[in-house]
Ligand binder design. Structure first.
Ligand code: TYM
Length: 357
């Protein structure tokens, strides 16, 4: 029996305001994975509509995320870049997973609680079922590794729970059909159909915080534009947002310990480290003792130097929407070719008739 092929999958919602947190916490980390794995990078438009999206803006935002992937260094020829709604297997598997996942599991999702806010009764059913669709995104390709920011950790744990329950519920059927693959669960060697996906979360920017409040994560939906650097900001705006970033009055420490209880300082140091491909300790070695009056201009210069070329390339790509659409269509065809036989297996395992017709 062969081992499940190692494969990377990740996704980003096309909800506008693509920001530095998305870049440093996710996209930038996708790039080097291309040398090691077969990768699939998805624009998760089905997830986006769990909250209302203006149709014209949605299409633009799908192209914007695609442009960001490519401008950051993802190669859509060697790997796969596509938008989720073009591959019907995502929705189909999500339904099957809705019947595997338990209400109690979804009820525990902190992101649903945050996004639904006080009036949960008015949240869409899709927003509640969102993590089942995310599990389907990953497992429609039996992906083994998922690079994301820290805020997605709980969703990835749920993905493992769904995979494990499916493997258990259907274990004899999976074995009878010869579709099991060897895998280790805890200390046990078991047979399963779906891999237990490994999250890849790490680096100094796994959780980039708001520039206005070091206790809140940088987010697309924060009402303050000054809270985030977006990938379409020009140099002046990037510099302005960093200049206006909230800080305390002390100089930067020389050691990591000195950042404790200073979330805004820690955030800016983390952003610097991630942009420069360094760790926080080395940034503090260089800037320990410096005031923010010195550190902020250095950070602004680095941010402009790093983000500027990506923004420029994004603009160039976005000016050719037909090219982007062709890349997405090609990616969708290749994604479908992987997902189709997996869905046929899953339906056969469940006991549906006509799964392999
Ligand atoms: P989304 O669109 O909210 O965010 C896209 C990626 O950016 C990361 N991220 C951050 N990282 C660091 N600091 C921040 N402030 C920050 N904000 C966002 C997210 O962790 C994510 O990696 N549910 C996902 C999309 C998704 C997905 C998937 C991801 C759907 N299906 C399958 C992986 C695999 C989401 O809403 O990401």
């Amino acid at each position: 029996m062969t081992k499940i092929q190692e494969r990377v999958f990740s996704g980003i919602q096309p909800t506008g305001n693509l920001h530095l947190g998305n870049y440093l916490g996710a996209i930038k980390n996708f790039v080097p994975l291309q040398d090691q794995y077969d990768c699939i990078f998805c624009v998760v438009d089905l997830h986006a509509i769990t909250n209302w999206q203006d149709p014209v803006e949605l299409a633009d935002n799908i192209r914007e995320v695609t442009a960001a992937y490519i401008a950051s260094g993802i190669d859509p020829k060697k790997h796969i870049v596509f938008n989720q709604s073009q591959v019907v297997q995502h929705s189909e598997l999500a339904w099957l997973f809705n019947c595997v996942a338990r209400m109690g599991w979804l009820n525990r999702m902190t992101q649903f609680k945050e996004k639904a806010g006080k009036d949960r009764e008015k949240a869409s059913v899709g927003l509640f079922a969102y993590p089942s669709l995310m599990a389907a995104d990953i497992l429609a390709y039996r992906a083994t590794h998922v690079p994301v920011g820290e805020d997605q950790k709980q969703h990835l744990e749920l993905t493992r729970d769904i995979a494990q329950k499916f493997n258990n519920d259907f274990s004899s059927r999976i074995e009878a059909l010869g579709l099991g693959e060897p895998m280790t669960v805890g200390d046990e060697q078991v047979q399963g159909y779906f891999p237990l996906t490994e999250p890849l979360i790490g680096g100094p920017a796994a959780r980039v915080m708001s520039l206005r409040d070091g206790s809140k994560k940088m987010s697309k939906s924060d009402p303050s534009d000054l809270s985030r650097i977006v990938m379409t900001d020009d140099s002046d705006l990037i510099a302005k947002k960093i200049r206006k970033a909230k800080t305390d009055a002390d100089a930067l420490p020389s050691e990591l310990d000195g950042l404790q209880g200073r979330p805004e300082a820690e955030n800016l140091v983390s952003i610097f480290a991630a942009l420069a491909d360094r760790d926080k300790a080395s940034v503090l070695q260089e800037f320990g003792g410096a005031q923010f009056g010195t550190f902020k201009p250095a950070l602004a210069e680095l941010a402009v130097e790093t983000i500027g070329p990506i923004t420029g390339e994004m603009r160039r790509l976005q000016a050719e929407p037909a090219e982007i659409d062709a890349i997405l269509a090609d990616g969708a065809d290749r994604a479908r070719a992987i997902a189709e036989p997996i869905l046929a297996d899953v339906k056969e395992i469940i006991g549906f008739i006509g799964a392999r017709r």
